[in-house]
Design a protein around this ligand. Structure first.
Ligand code: MG
Length: 314
């Protein structure tokens, strides 16, 4: 028997469906691949979630992602001008055949320390990366790894490099963004004049690296793809950031400790509500190593079902 909560959830979906279709419509409609997808929803997946289960049989793996109900995906396998070892155009064909749009990609430049001397080399790397990804039809190129930084001067160079990457992407009609882990919140950058000053353990010295990157980059050139799980792991509240830096987070990584909604440490209803108010356009599910004998594909499906059934996800 369905619970009152489930019944109310369905009512929520019915209302949305009715508005979208302008008439009485079923709570959920069959997607292009026959999967039941709630009307108006588009759920994305970061392909990193599948690891070897995807790369062992790429073409079929992409089909399975679409069959679960995902409509978009963000890649994470760029190297040597290829994606997951196949030519960009061939990868696009595989995704097209699967009915999956590859809307984004995660790429790290080969150097982790940015200097005045290697800035040009990094810019060349982004030019080539953008050029290659145009063949796949992505809209966004995102850097998921934190460069090395210790001083305010390091941060200034990083922001300059990020702005330049954003400019390169923009000139090809793409958007360039940065994806965080927890380190960006734990890393503090101390100004020379503040070194050695006494602080208490609740307020360590220095500025939060993530904030410095938000403040130091041009909002017209650099967006931030917040990974909400890693933000919480960095002991921060995603909602505070959405409000404080409204419009900077058009895309999110929706991640939990394991399967979405299971840990109790992520309030996704609050996260989505606040993110929508502050400019959220799309999001990608991400899940890392699954336990309890589950496959990555099984975990990825449970995450899809969670968001597909959630009335707070539009
Ligand atoms: Mg992530």
């Amino acid at each position: 028997m369905e619970t009152k909560r489930e019944f109310l959830k369905k009512l929520g979906l019915l209302t949305v469906g009715g508005v979208v279709a302008g008439a009485v419509s079923p709570a959920i409609a069959a997607g292009s691949k026959g999967k039941l997808v709630a009307p108006g929803k588009s759920v994305g997946l970061q392909l990193y979630s599948l690891g070897k289960e995807l790369t062992d049989d790429l073409a079929n793996g992409l089909k399975k992602v679409a069959q679960i109900g995902y409509s978009t995906a963000e890649a994470a396998g760029y190297g040597n001008g290829k994606l997951y070892g196949v030519e960009m155009s061939e990868f696009r064909k595989m995704a097209d055949d699967a009915g999956l749009k590859i809307t984004g990609t995660h790429v790290n430049p080969p150097m982790r320390k940015y200097t005045k001397e290697n800035m040009g080399e990094i810019a060349d790397f982004w030019k080539k990366t953008v050029e290659d990804h145009l063949k796949v039809g992505v809209k966004t190129v995102v850097q998921p790894g934190m460069p090395e930084m210790e001083t305010p001067e390091d941060v200034a160079i990083i922001c300059e490099v990020f702005n330049k990457a954003g400019e390169i992407a923009k000139s090809a009609n793409l958007h360039w963004g940065y994806h965080n882990h927890n380190g960006e919140f734990q890393k503090r950058i101390v100004k020379e004049e503040d070194k050695g000053k006494t602080t208490n353990r609740w307020a360590p010295a220095g500025d939060v690296a993530y904030d410095l990157m938000l403040k130091g980059t041009d909002p017209k050139l650099v967006f931030f793809e917040m990974d909400v799980y890693w933000t919480v792991m960095g002991q921060n509240d995603p909602l505070e950031y959405f409000e404080k830096y409204a419009g900077r987070f058009p895309i999110l990584h929706i991640k939990d400790r394991l399967v979405l909604g299971k840990s109790g440490m992520m309030n996704f209803e609050n996260i989505f509500n606040k993110a929508y108010q502050n400019g959220l356009d799309e999001y990608y599910v991400e899940i890392e190593g699954i336990r309890d004998g589950m496959t990555q594909f099984e975990g990825v499906k449970l995450c899809f079902d969670y968001l597909n059934n959630a009335s707070f996800v539009k």
